[in-house]
Each structure stands twice: as structure tokens, then as C-alpha cells.
Ligand binder design. Sequence first.
Ligand code: NAP
Length: 336
Amino acid sequence: MKHLKNVSLLNYNTFRIDVNARELLLIENDSDLEYFWNLQSTSDQKILFLGEGSNILFEKEFDGLVVKNEQKRWSILEDNRDEVILEADSGLLWDEFVRICIDNNFYGLENLAAIPGSVGAAPVQNIGAYGIEQSSFFKSLLAFDISKKEFYEFPNDQCKFSYRHSIFKEKNFENLLIYKVRYKLSKVFIPNLHYKDLQQYFQDTKNITANELYHAVVEIRARKLPDYKEYPNAGSFFKNPIVSKSQLENILKVEPNIVYYNVDGINFKISAANLIEKTGLKGYRRGNVGISPKHSLIIVNFENATGQEVAEFASFVAEQVFDKFGVLLEREVIII
Ligand code: NAP
């Protein structure tokens, strides 16, 4: 366990915002939970549970305790004929977990390759890519409730998973340290090639292996998205808006070539990236912050920006989209 005071969070968020936390606790084994419990029960400071910091923007110093699980174990809980249940520590890197699954012939998560972040963060925002959300394979999670000093298990149907959302984003669940996550995976590989990018990647869609699909996703993402290690960012800054038919018609009057998908016949998903692109902001930079020239949904900290600068720039982008299309972009990134 490491317990640090007045520590910079620069290396703990992919936006690389240099703010301090009053305290940082790195949990390295199970017995550290007792220390954590004692620490928080003798103080009323606020607590922030952090994963890899890949979906967060620190607007200011964090005047409280940041807690990060550094444990990265995984194990097989159940091994049946067609399926397996795996349990992974919340501190394991998500992409490492996806690789472990493929290397052991457990299938389902291939399209979620190369998503930055930890296993513990995956259910919080119900990560998704290329037509798959983690909720389709999520079995349950084990969370340590710091207000009660107890573990609780949350099965899939209690997590209220929806597009980039779960119960763990809601106010009453702020006391939970997600500790272990369980996934039910298949021993039979059935590729999901629903998205155009994947169909175009494979000349021949027959006999694709899980490993090939994994590498395809890694390659497509590397081609389309800026690497946060070179261009600090937190992935998609905004969610794709879901609009009604009449809203869609109004948008199409402004811009007939906007990309949209029919969700359920009544609602339509619009590509937020496409909306931003049509405002002419792709690649636009103002001072230290800008939109990536590679992908218009990614806001980049080009040079030592403050969190406030990034947040102001994001508001400016959302205003431009609203002024042109009347669509309110909702943030995917959490601002602290
Ligand atoms: P894209 O293929 O250029 O497509 C643009 C948008 O259209 C995507 O956001 C996607 O929605 C939607 N879309 C595309 N094909 C679709 C289909 N067949 N049915 C329904 N919706 C479809 O997207 P991209 O920016 O390169 O991203 C590719 C995938 O990676 C997407 O699934 C995206 O969500 C994911 N991604 C996630 C993050 C993140 O930070 N969370 C960052 C980058 C990319 P969906 O987003 O709902 O899939």
C-alpha cells in the first residue's frame, strides 16, 4: 500500500492535467482495505475512486482522498462446457484483460480491444465499441462499501446498464470501491462484424479468428484515434445524441449528409463526431487545447493546459453544435 500526501495527479489522468490531490491511496493487497476503512472513518474528507483516469477531467485541485486499486489478478470462477466465468481485479488494465481472454480462448470482448482504462471502470460507464457493450458479458461485480465496511455483489440486472451509463454513476453509489468484476464469456467464437470499419477491414469475413479481430480493432483505433500518450485526451468527450424523428428532420434540413442510425424506429442516434465536424471544428486549436485532426470527438490537451481551459473549450464546442443544429451534446467525460 502507498499513502501519499499532496501528490500531483499528472500521471493519473490521460488528459495529463497537473493538479494535486490532498491524499492518494494506492491499494496493493486485500488487507489495505482495513487501512482505507480506518483512514476514512477518522476523517470526513471527500473520496474519489480512480481507475486509469481515462474518462476524467480534473478542473481543479482535488481536496480529498483519491483511491486507486493497483491489484491486477484474474482467475476462473466457473468453467462449463460452453461458457466460463472469469473474475478480474478492478485494477487490471482493460486491454490486458481482453488479451488474457483471447489468449485463453474465452470470447466476446474482442471488439472492445484497446479501450484505455481499467477493468473496474468498464462497468461504470458501460464501455462500448463496434456494436458491443460490456454489459452483454458482465456477470456481476464485487464492491466494497466504505460507509458500511462491507462487500456487496451487484448482478447484471441491478446495474441499470444503458448507453455509457450504469447505476455506479449515480449519487447514492459514490461510496463504492469497485473491487472485482466478473464476466461470463463463451468458448465459441462468433465474430461481430456489424460495423462498417470491420467489414471493410476484412476482405474475406469467413474463418476470422478472435486474434485477427482483436488486431483489426487495435489497428483501426490506432488509425482513427490519437494516442493519449502523445496527445493527452480522454477518448470521446461527448456522447452520441439520441433524437426524435422530428429533431432528426430539423438537423437534416441544416445538413442533409449527417450520419445517423435508427435506434428503435422512434429514436435516432446521431454521430456526435459528425456534428462537430460539420461545424468546421475538426483540427481546430485554441491555445493549449483543440480538437484532434484525426477525430472530431476527441479534445486534446496539446500543451500543459489546465482542466479549466479544457472544460471551457469543450463548452465552446458544445455551443457551436447547439447554435448550428439545436442539439445539446452531453459529456461522456466526467468533470471533477
Ligand atoms: P464510426 O465508425 O466513425 O461511427 C460513428 C458513430 O456512428 C459511432 O459513434 C457509432 O456509435 C455509430 N455507428 C457506426 N456504425 C454503426 C452501426 N452499424 N450501428 C449503429 N451505430 C453505428 O465511429 P468511431 O468514432 O470510429 O468509433 C468506433 C467505435 O469505437 C464506436 O463504437 C465508438 O463508440 C467506439 N469508441 C469509443 C470511444 C470512447 O472513448 N468511449 C472512443 C472512440 C471510439 P457508437 O459509438 O454507439 O458505437
